[in-house]
Design a protein around this ligand. Structure first.
Ligand SMILES: [Mg+2]
Length: 268
């Protein structure tokens, strides 16, 4: 028998390869799963702007097949509004939580439910749009209850945007605003929801209730949901880098897509 040196014994346990781990979990008949997937940077490669992302050939068929295999318990969980997700993945109309949980849809094709989220105060919106307008290449995305400033095309503007945001966020008295830094994007939203709450809302009802949740995400905005998985008896995976709470890491969105295709019995 090989000797294990004391130093080896104290090495942290290696994270298992994410693909086979996810496929096994989705296939385990003892624990029917509910699968929650972030979109940008997780299922899809990040592009120069949110409108420029590409849904690769075969992904829709993979998602459709998995949705069927999981008894409908597959949801997209995104900062994008659900209308935007539907446009991207058309003709699919999957269960989803959109706008960081301010919107939800439990079953494919159903109407979208909305939390009566407060719109951003007009003064805050005006100042955010002015901040974006002051920097060439910064794209403002207005989602009603939130406003995102994308600076992928203007990375040098990051520090100035942060300074401007700090002033704007300190401004209005009595208005609860949250700040979400993401990949080359800063988002300001009215308080009250995050992706952990979004997943728990879906898990409370059929077809998700009673299933073991699996969440896959890639960014700071996914961390509450990743961290919530152990207490919910679930599993968390991250993409691109190890995030707190993740049991294993996919190297790229493509690696995740390939594992999902394999779990769905589709050609890779
Ligand atoms: Mg993401």
């Amino acid at each position: 028998m090989a000797l294990v040196s004391p130093a080896d014994e104290f090495q942290p346990a290696a994270h298992p390869p994410a693909g086979p781990f996810l496929v096994r979990a989705l296939d385990d008949p003892r624990y029917p799963c509910a699968l929650f997937l972030d979109v940008d940077g997780t299922l899809l490669d990040i592009a120069g702007s949110p409108a420029a992302v590409i849904v690769p050939d075969g992904l829709r068929a993979t998602l459709q097949s998995l949705h069927h295999r999981l008894g409908g318990a597959l949801a997209l969980v995104s900062g994008r509004p659900i209308e935007d997700l539907d446009r991207l993945f058309a003709p699919l109309c999957l269960p989803a939580a959109g706008a960081h949980g301010a919107q939800w849809r439990l079953r494919a094709g159903e109407a979208v439910g909305r939390k009566a989220g407060k719109p951003l105060p007009g003064e805050v919106r005006r100042r955010l749009l002015a901040l974006a307008g002051a920097h060439d290449g910064v794209l403002a995305e207005d989602k009603g209850t939130s406003l995102a400033l994308h600076y992928r095309a203007a990375p040098a503007a990051r520090a100035a945007l942060l300074a401007g945001l700090e002033e704007i966020l300190a401004g209005p008295e009595g208005v609860e605003l949250r700040f979400l830094p993401g990949k080359m994007v800063f988002e300001v939203l009215t308080g009250g929801y995050d992706k952990a709450a979004a997943v728990e809302r879906l898990l409370a009802e059929a077809p998700f209730a009673g299933r073991r949740p699996i969440f896959v995400g890639d960014d700071v905005t996914d961390e509450p949901a990743l961290a919530a998985m152990p207490a919910l008896g679930g599993l968390a995976f991250s993409v691109g880098r190890l995030l707190p709470g993740a049991a294993a890491v996919f190297g790229s969105p493509e690696a995740l897509r390939s594992a999902l295709a394999s779990a769905a019995g589709m050609p890779p």
